[in-house]
Ligand binder design. Structure first.
Ligand code: FAD
Length: 401
């Protein structure tokens, strides 16, 4: 395995770093940068997106022909990490969830006609998208519990049911929906596309959450006869679970890339404070117990990014990298919480105030152990894989040729 970055990737990484340091981090201390949900104000976002696009730092993983840079998973890992050193970073470069994951999966599974209509406007930043799978008291960790149904009509499908925690749904125009089309254990779910302007569905509420919100929030949706024409079925009938698996591996890993950057930034803030704040005749960083805190936080970030890079490399080889992605997701979610908690602790009372972004990060970071699979479920996946693979669980890939 090769850890050095291609020249083009290193140049993009450095350009992103410069943009983040000069343009994004200074915005964080200015209250006028924020909307009412503690995210970047839409007008300001528009200006920054225009500049990021002009610099060629837009939708890095998208093929050149569709307006991106054609970067592999291993290529985007260091770039996404740099982006999320700023809390507003990913959305400025069109690399935030859920658009990032929706762009990738539509690029992989949609027909050419579907790509033109549903994918290109998301890539171009003209519309936001959402991925609707989780249900109140239904599909969550276990997709077998999905109760939202798609029933055949003469021209397509009609949808009844409920979804919740659908990120971005308050403003999204393009939706990917997972619904039940039969009782088959493996082939019972199917995936569909619909537009926000279609009748037959509504937003019940925008769910109030503990952390800052993505644009469009996290919404509960009710479906009461949404009509979806046959051409807006994604893949084949019964491929809903397969589409979910294709989407969720890379989507989980790009979370890890972004969270690693956020964790690093928290540690940077902690270190800057620990190098200057004095107590009992020394700066904080000269106290051994403080060194232990920042040393182990740094080590856990590095463990997480190595697992992330390994999983990215496996995905680039065409592997689903299920166990590698699960390990990275568990470790990086914990490393993020640990780094932010360490920063808050070392900042003392200031860390608990809104004078720094640490408290924003602290509330945001808690979701990392839940979204895209709770840590317990990823551990279950690892245990099942260990049982199935035995000692091959730890096998190295043999070089070809
Ligand atoms: C901020 C945020 C954004 C989200 N965005 C989206 C979105 O855009 N689209 C979407 O479809 N969903 C979204 N979700 C939903 C998210 O994917 C689910 O919350 C997640 O899959 C867990 O499902 P659940 O909440 O129903 O928890 P449950 O399935 O009810 O699980 C609850 C807890 O039980 C435990 N548990 C469950 N199963 C096991 C097991 N087998 N072994 C051990 N412990 C277990 C875990 O501790 C778990 O946290 C979002 C959630 C959050 C918090």
């Amino acid at each position: 395995m090769e850890f050095s970055l291609r020249t083009e990737v290193e140049q993009a990484r450095l350009a992103i770093r410069g943009f983040v340091d000069q343009r994004l981090i200074p915005l964080e201390t200015d209250p006028s940068s924020y909307d009412e949900h503690e995210n970047i104000r839409p007008g300001l976002l528009g200006e920054l997106r225009t500049d990021a696009k002009a610099m060629g730092l837009w939708a890095l993983s998208v093929p050149l022909a569709r307006g991106g840079r054609g970067f592999s998973m291993a290529d985007i890992a260091p770039c996404y990490e740099e982006m999320n050193r700023a809390i507003f970073g990913p959305v400025v470069f069109n690399a935030a969830a859920p658009d990032d994951g929706n762009i990738r999966v539509l690029g992989q599974v949609a027909t050419e006609a579907q790509k033109q209509r549903w994918l290109q406007p998301i890539i171009d930043g003209e519309v936001q998208s959402a991925f609707a799978m989780t249900e109140p008291d239904g599909c969550g960790s276990d997709p077998a519990l999905t109760y939202t149904t798609a029933t055949r009509t003469a021209t397509g499908w009609t949808i009844h049911g409920r979804k919740w925690f659908i990120t971005g749904a308050g403003v999204a125009k393009h939706f990917i929906l997972i619904a039940r089309t039969s009782d088959d254990a493996r082939k019972g779910l199917s995936a569909f596309l619909f537009h926000a302007d279609q009748p037959g569905w509504r937003i019940v509420r925008r769910i109030a959450i503990m952390g800052p919100e993505e644009h469009g929030g996290h919404c509960e949706l009710a479906f009461d006869g949404l009509e979806i024409p046959e051409e807006n079925l994604l893949m084949n009938v019964g491929d809903g679970l397969k589409l979910t698996q294709i989407r969720l591996g890379p989507a989980r890993l790009t979370h890890c890339m972004r969270w690693t950057g956020l964790a690093r930034r928290a540690l940077e803030i902690a270190m800057a404070h620990a190098e200057t704040r004095r107590s009992f005749g020394a700066t904080l960083i000269d106290h051994e117990s403080v060194q232990g805190l920042v040393g182990s936080a740094a080590m856990e970030i590095q463990i997480g990014r190595l697992l992330t890079m390994h999983a990215a490399w496996k995905l680039d080889q065409g592997d689903f990298a299920r166990k590698e992605v699960s390990m990275a997701k568990i470790v990086v979610a914990d490393a993020l919480q640990k780094a932010v908690d360490t920063a808050l602790q070392l900042l003392g009372a200031k860390g608990y105030s809104k004078d720094t972004v640490i408290e924003w990060m602290y509330r945001y970071a808690r979701q990392a152990r839940l979204v895209d699979g709770a840590s317990e479920v990823h551990r279950m996946v690892l245990a099942n894989t260990l049982r199935a693979e035995g000692r091959d669980f730890f096998a190295w890939d043999a070089a070809h040729g």
